[in-house]
Design a binder for this molecule. Sequence first.
Ligand code: 6GU
Length: 267
Amino acid sequence: MRLDVLSIFPEYLSPLQLSLIGRAQEKGLLDLGVHDLRDWTHDRHRTVDDTPYGGGAGMVMKPEPWGEALDHVLGAGAEAPVASHARPPAAPVLIVPSPAGEVFTQATARELAAREHLVFACGRYEGIDHRVIDWAAERAEVRMVSIGDYVLNGGEVAVMVMVEAIARLLPGVIGNPESLDEESHEDGLLEYPVYTKPAEWRGHEVPPVLLSGDHGKVARWRRDERLRRTARVRPDLLAALPAGVLDAHDRRVLAALTEEREETAPG
Ligand code: 6GU
């Protein structure tokens, strides 16, 4: 997979050279290019922003440097307008991090991990002149993406979040791909709690079932913990589960939880 990141703070993205992503690059699974948007300015001050038409606070990123930068990273294929139905599957995806975008989820990470070329355009200030987005949409698949309901100063940190979530899904990046299967958000339930030695620590014991050696009981306990944890902290995830994910036992576990809560409720 090829990844390009455009930013006025390219050094902000240097942690991407470390750890998992760094090793994936060394293994040739990932080809990452981080570019300074100011390389495509032509004035002495390397200006990337200007005042907003219509007035208001803050500054807006100028379209010209973005146009030239995107010509460069999208390549020759980006020169002619291409209708969305005629775009080849290898067409790049332009991801524009923005608190005004669709919310990035594990499903988004999976979709993007299946593509060959991702380009991230990090905005700062009040955002990028919207004509850049409209122009790019004629040449690439453009997605404005938010990483959650809060505001960051720029897209760089959001890009690090997205790249980490996407890269770890690429074949060969994670040593043991089975560790991906039972993760939070892969099947709509949160993960079960985990324990290691010693069996007793500072007066706290490991749940005895985990020491029983009964694999069936352990699996059932873990599933129950996932259900209880999800019901407690993320009832929205439980409500969104597709029909058929919960069996009769699951439903009994959840019903027991509701009864417990009613018994302990005040009044
Ligand atoms: Cl992607 N960018 C910015 N600037 N703020 C955000 C965000 C992105 N996602 C949540 N907040």
